[in-house]
Structures are given as C-alpha cells and as structure tokens.
Design a protein around this ligand. Structure first.
Ligand SMILES: NC(=O)c1ccc[n+]([C@@H]2O[C@H](COP(=O)([O-])OP(=O)(O)OC[C@H]3O[C@@H](n4cnc5c(N)ncnc54)[C@H](O)[C@@H]3O)[C@@H](O)[C@H]2O)c1
Length: 370
C-alpha cells in the first residue's frame, strides 16, 4: 500500500540503532529514515549527549546512549547505522557486527584497509551484511547516465572524465580516502573495474592539493579524473561533474543534477555523395541535446527532496529491503573496500612516479586469499 508516491506502508520492519548523531546523520540519514516505513528506530547513541538526546526526541525514544557498548548491551536490534568519524567507522561497525547486527556505514567504509578487512571478516563470520552509503549510485543524474550508456546506439563507453573539487582537508589522506571514494565507486559502477592508474599531485600544503589521474579500465575504456581540495563546498558550479563518451554520443552530469545527452549528429549531405566517412567533408546537422532535470518547483513530492535526488533515500531503502527480503545488497562493504584500494593505488602512483596496476596492489592478493 502506498502512502505517497514512493512511500510504501511496510508489513515488516527492521529494528535499527543509530550510532553517531552529527551533521550528516541529523541532516541526511535521519531525515531519510523518517521517510522509510521499513525502519523502526529503537536506539540512538552519540558521545555528545545533546546530539544523542535530540535524536532520541525526534524518534520518540525515552532515552539515548553515550556509549555504543552500553546501547548494544541493552537494546535489541537487527541493524545499526554508523555515521560517525571516517577513521572510526569500520571499528564501530565491527563492534555492531560482533554484537549480532547487520550494519550500514556512511562512506567511507573505513580509511585503513586493515580495519575494513577486519570488519568484513567479522561480518562474514557472523553472517551479517555490511552496507555502505554510496548514494551517488542512486543519484538521479548518475542513474540516468547509467541507463543511457547501456542503451542501444550509445556504443561502447570509450572515455570517462570526472571532476570533484571541494574545500580544504585537514590531512593528506582525507581527500582521496574520504572525499573521492564516491567517485572511485561511481567509475566502477558506470564503466567497470579499473586496471591501471597514473597520477600526479599538486600540493600547496597538507590538505590543500589537486590530483590529475589517468585511468585505464579492464574493458579498454580510458579516463581522467581531477580531484582537489582547493575549491569550495558551497559554490553551485565547478565542483562535481562526470562525462562519458560513446560512439558519437556524449553524456554529461553537472553538480550531480543536470544531465545532458548529446546524441549523434545527423548526416544530411556529403559533397562526395558518400555517406558518413567520418571526415569533415560530410555535412552534419546537430541534434538538440536532451536535458533531464527534476521539477524543483513541486517540492511536496518525495522525488524532489534533496535526499531523493542525491540517492541517499534509495541507498538506505535498498539496504533495509535487502535485510527484509534476503536478497544481496546492491552496494556493499566490498565496494567500500575497493574504493579504498583505488585511493591507495593513486597514492602509490604519486609516490613512485609510475603507473600502478590495481592487480599489483598487495591489498588485492589479500582479498583473493580471504
Ligand atoms: N554520503 C555523503 O556524501 C556524505 C556527506 C557528508 C559526510 N559523510 C560522512 O558521514 C560521516 C559523519 O560526518 P559528519 O559531517 O556528520 O561528522 P560530525 O563530526 O558532524 O558527526 C560525527 C558524530 O559522531 C559522533 N561520534 C564520534 N565518535 C563516536 C563514538 N565512538 N560513539 C558514538 N558517537 C561518536 C560525534 O560526537 C559526532 O556527533 C563521515 O564518515 C563522513 O565521511 C558522507
């Protein structure tokens, strides 16, 4: 039964505890959860008592917790949403898995490979699922981009270009491991597995840098990425874009919103009398670009909420549904791990000044052995 478009009344629910009630939790994940009938919040925890109390009030709970172990000891739940500090996420998630809970972490799954591997091993042992907030896979523009490149007539994707330039970072690893993990995941989602990277770094000071990365995918597609922290978090332009080229096709998404598809031009005449020979002697007629955009004026609808456009809602809902149906996760801790491996490969390429094959990363052989 539908309450509103996209909002179903759930017959079964998962009981969730919320770990971390900071900015991203309060403004995004908790907002999302209030819209998902399949999730019942049964406990909240934050080291910061005011934040924990605020979240408890919001979800109608009579008390909150400051300490994760206390909450896990007292509250019966099916899963935990861990939205804390990037470097702590994997350790806290492991604590939840060992207490018998499935777990969903905000990105990144972790910032150290050892922590992520320990989490995944613990989850495997306990038979629990690890989800990750790679919401860009569900972002409306990237979802449409995926459908476009898989459509008939697009041709094989031969070039992938992405840019992500945010504000200053506090340390040297945050940009690649925490910020760019979305894009390392998105390129795997849109194009496929990466074979090799070759990166250069411009650095003004620690945490203020730009990376230029050349990429070759296993399927032959080539690409380049520009990642940086000498930009801004608030400017509406020039922060994030993805472009993919097919056979005379070009699709482009700016700012994770506007999606433009330039389809092949029409061949109208040729002064040689021949059909398209692929030269400029052929007279072509441009085909208007298709621009796809949600209707921002109709704000009452779920589909125009920021957390729906950005894909956070769909990502959390897919996790809850996977727990209820037993189906595989659409995006998992293994994807979180792979995003971290790609960040480490880019780092290695900068340090060693050479192309780095993903298969040569020691982390890949450990993965095979797991
Ligand atoms: N998907 C996205 O695009 C996106 C966007 C922003 C942030 N994030 C991610 O969300 C996470 C949180 O970021 P934020 O900006 O909300 O940070 P924040 O600092 O505002 O919030 C973190 C909260 O975790 C709490 N915390 C820390 N250690 C804890 C512990 N051991 N037990 C309980 N609570 C603890 C803190 O008290 C704080 O309230 C990060 O991993 C970040 O990478 C994701």
């Amino acid at each position: 039964m539908y309450l509103y478009e996209g909002m179903e009344k759930a017959e079964r629910k998962v009981r969730a505890v919320l770990v971390g009630c900071g900015e991203q939790a309060t403004n995004m994940i908790h907002d999302v959860i209030t819209y998902i009938d399949e999730i019942e919040v049964v406990g909240v925890c934050d080291m910061n008592g005011d934040r924990a109390d605020w979240a408890a009030a919001r979800f109608g709970l009579s008390r909150s917790y400051r300490d994760l172990a206390d909450m896990l000891g007292e509250v019966e739940a099916d899963c935990a949403f861990v939205v804390t500090i990037a470097g702590l996420q994997a350790k806290l998630a492991k604590q939840c898995v060992e207490a018998g809970l499935h777990v969903y972490t905000e990105k990144p799954t972790g910032t150290e490979l050892g922590d992520v591997d320990e989490l995944l091993a613990a989850a495997k042992k306990a038979g629990k699922k690890v989800g990750v907030s790679f919401n860009k896979r569900f972002d409306l523009a990237y979802r449409d981009m995926k459908a476009a490149i898989e459509s008939e007539g697009f041709g094989r994707a031969n070039a992938f270009m992405a840019k992500f330039i945010g504000g200053y970072r506090t340390n040297e690893t945050d940009l690649l491991r925490v910020g760019c993990c979305h894009f390392f995941d998105l390129m795997r989602f849109l194009i496929g597995e990466v074979e090799e990277v070759f990166a250069y770094r411009y650095e003004e000071q620690v945490g203020r840098h730009t990376y230029a990365v050349a990429v070759r995918f296993e399927n032959g597609c080539v690409g380049n990425l520009t990642f940086g922290s000498l930009g801004s978090w608030v400017n509406g332009y020039g922060m994030e874009s993805v472009e993919i080229r097919g056979d005379r096709n070009m699709i482009f998404a700016d700012n994770g919103r506007d999606f433009t598809w330039q389809k092949p031009s029409k061949i109208v005449a040729s002064d040689t009398g021949l059909a398209n020979k692929g030269t400029q002697a052929v007279t072509e007629e441009a085909v208007p670009v298709e621009i796809l955009r949600p209707n921002y004026s109709n704000l009452g609808k779920l589909s125009t909420k920021d957390f729906f456009i950005n894909g956070n809602y769909q990502c959390v809902k897919a996790f809850a549904q996977s727990l209820l149906t037993g189906e595989d996760l659409k995006v998992s801790g293994e994807d979180g791990r792979m995003a971290l491996v790609l960040a480490l490969a880019v780092d290695r390429s900068v340090e060693q000044g050479r192309p780095v094959k993903i298969a040569e990363m020691p982390e890949m052989s450990k993965r095979a052995a797991r």
